[in-house]
Design a protein around this ligand. Sequence first.
Ligand code: ZN
Ligand code: ZN
Length: 336
Amino acid sequence: MRAAVLQEPRQVVVVDVPDPVVDGEVLLRMRAVGLCGSDLHTWRGHHPFRKPPVVLGHEGAGEVVSSADPAFSAGDRVAVLPALSCWECRRCEAGHPHLCADKRVPGGGWPGMLSEYFAAPARVLVPLGDGIGYDEGALIEPLAVAWHCTGGGSVSAGDSVAVLGGGPIGSLLAAVSQIRGAATVLVSDVKAYNRDFLGRQGVPHVVDPSADNLPAVGADLTGDGFDVVVVASGHPSCLAEALALARPRGRVVLLPMFADALSVDLNPAVLKEITIQGSTIYTPADFRSAARLVNDRLLDVRPYITDVVPLDRTPEVLTAIDAGADHLKIQIDPTR
Ligand SMILES: [Zn+2]
Ligand SMILES: [Zn+2]
């Protein structure tokens, strides 16, 4: 089968690789696979564990070709939860399988999804609703990231929420914050394309941090700062901005993988008693919640999809994204 393989940093080639070996799993024909920031990290050679040679892609939806599990049959349309936890360790048993030290993910102990076929156990497959496209299905994964990040009491009804970075994850964070009942949502992004998109999506306050005084805008909106500030951009200035925007006893949630160690004045965190927490991927329950949002169109994710392109265009698309091309979510259709 054909697959998009990162052979060395910045060198993706579409080549023939062996078909997946199916042993009690479900064989899928992948129909939409999203490219995300962590694929770009991998492409640049910066990802902590996804190292070349590796097949990229972990946001996928496809069609069942064959299934050893009676829960699925040929022709079913599914999205894939791309994490295989051990379900035996202390972290898994404590209800945090997404933090499992032994988990396998695409590109780390499990092949990536940018290939014609992909094998997965039935327990990580979620059916797509009637009339829901594969492209929408492939957005369940990044939506689950946003759902997890705002869950567990991070964002409560009535909260004021600021999101730093308005790319695909930042814009989904704004949407799920509104779904969770946030009273005020502000997103800051330096890219006019992203700000225009956020405005069209009905985000109430969209700010250009390079032109507007972000702390002043935040103070005008909230009085004493935001209840929750989510850092959804890896830009080194974001953490200091977040600490400035958070209210006393507010919360700062860190979502991106930072390329370098940050040096930041933490005194605002001390003096305002700010809680700083990390957020990474999602639990299976978060993934199912995100699937329901998509399947019931409680959130219509179609506007987030900028383009769906054939597998052969993967190298060119990654190069364009790296160069800063305007886009929200670009997906690959490996059957094309
Ligand atoms: Zn991703
Ligand atoms: Zn485990």
